[in-house]
Design a protein around this ligand. Sequence first.
Ligand SMILES: *Cc1c(COP(=O)(O)O)cnc(C)c1O
Length: 370
Amino acid sequence: MTESVRDFARRTETPFLIMDLDIVEENYRKLKKAIPNCRVFYAIKANSHARVIEKLRDIGSSFDVASAGEIKKLLNLGISPKNMIFANPIKREQDIALAYDVGLKLFAVDSKMEIEKIAENAPGSEVVIRLSVENKHSDWPLSRKFGADSLVALELIAFANRVKLKPIGLSFHVGSQNYDLYSWKNAIEKASKIFYWAERHYGIHLSVLDIGGGMPVKHLKPVPTIEEIGEIVCETVFDCLGHLKDLQIFVEPGRSMVGDAGILVSKVLLRCQRGSEEWIYLDSGVFHGLMETIENFRYEIRVEGKDKEAKAPFVLAGPTCDSVDKMYDDASLPKSITKNDIVYFMNAGAYTVEYGTHFNGIDSPKVYFI
Ligand SMILES: *Cc1c(COP(=O)(O)O)cnc(C)c1O
């Protein structure tokens, strides 16, 4: 952490997220280099601040959207609907119609009814079929709620074709914050079989492989780098789909574009003993930026001026009048931590302020840029 962040934290009312757009740019460029010729659709739900979107727009990114609200936001920022994919497999019909009206004609689907909704509200559009793949090595799995099994996916491709949509490819998501390189390899192998069967069985040629997001950000555990993920993706694509001359790879990163570009800065409001436990209460919490901790998502936590001290166990909680507002039962924090200490949640640029509420009349953390 730089001295300028520290200095800013001392002078600025907490809680807030401080972002560095140079890191966002670097993350984008690294991904483009790791998977040559891929098309990047930034999943804006990770951090939809206008300045983040503008930065990515200016360096050539496309965008993954999930609702009319996100589409309108991007249109207002001058982004062409040609550079968007409506990737949420569960869409409101009026949102599909709005997308179609403004010229967004690329959708992800994973069920028959959703295909019917698209055929009716966005006739002739392109669709990618979302395949369910193994999510077990991720901190934030998505595979139960989303994705069709292989055989179902194959039927959906044929069905989309029958209702005069254009099935152009397959998508998947290995789960957010995935630690295992082989998740991508296994998923691509699974998808490649459907490419084959769609052509063989139905004469439908697919040309898009959308490998979703899930690339991890470094917190406490070691993570594979984007270069390592890119290498295994390219190798597997070459082995399984290398014969397709027109193949296009889409990537939908959210977390890995913004996670390490932000630090959430908070302050201690109270330290107190409850039975055998010592509690620390912060001015940010589950409802104010630290939502991901409810699945025991572990951030690296630093305390201003006290990082060299011995640590002790604390229960770490947020400021609201709700018992759900508790981040960890076993946070390891400097022994002398107390009122007004500044606490940094490192690499917290993704899925923090986006989840922020105004519960109890407490504002969501502000966002600043350095
Ligand atoms: C959330 C989401 C992403 C981004 O996932 P990350 O794990 O943040 O990279 C990509 N695609 C879809 C469809 C999503 O819902």
